[in-house]
Design a protein around this ligand. Structure first.
Ligand code: THU
Length: 136
């Protein structure tokens, strides 16, 4: 349920490790098999290795052999205070494109259980490049 995922994402934002930007993000990914994968952003002193919450969740799942997803919930805010909607960055949208059906995969950006918006991946990444483009 979306509201439960939002609650879990808000609960887990404390695990975000973002000492450089102080912008904490937390995500909850739902696989088509029903399993949930959580992710937070993890930053590096060398900056470029920094990874977003969304990709942590997706890569955790893929690393366990799970590659089909139906939804991701994202919350974020400075110093872990979630007051506005946080939308996935372009790199994460591309990675979603690699594993998700752009027409049906739902991206839920949330402030709390009563304040959230739902988009399809296609809405946030129109005319995206994906695995299908590499098929003959
Ligand atoms: N970040 C995410 O984790 N997900 C998003 O959707 C937006 C940005 C992270 C990356 C970086 O650690 C911090 O937020 C500031 O950009």
């Amino acid at each position: 349920m979306i509201k439960e995922d939002i609650r879990l994402a808000l609960e887990n934002i404390k695990f975000s490790s973002a000492p450089y930007s102080n912008f904490n993000v937390s995500a909850v990914l739902t696989a088509k098999n029903g399993k949930k994968y959580t992710g937070v952003n993890i930053e590096s002193a060398s900056f470029t290795p920094t990874i977003c919450a969304e990709r942590v969740a997706i890569f955790k799942a893929v690393s366990e052999g799970v590659k089909e997803f139906s939804r991701i919930v994202v919350v974020g805010g400075l110093d872990g205070v979630v007051e506005e909607l946080t939308s996935p960055c372009g790199v994460c949208r591309q990675v979603m494109m690699d594993y998700c059906d752009p027409k049906t995969f739902e991206i839920v950006i949330a402030v709390d259980e009563d304040n959230y918006e739902v988009y399809t991946l296609e809405e946030l990444l129109p005319k995206g490049f994906g695995p299908k483009d590499l098929e003959g």
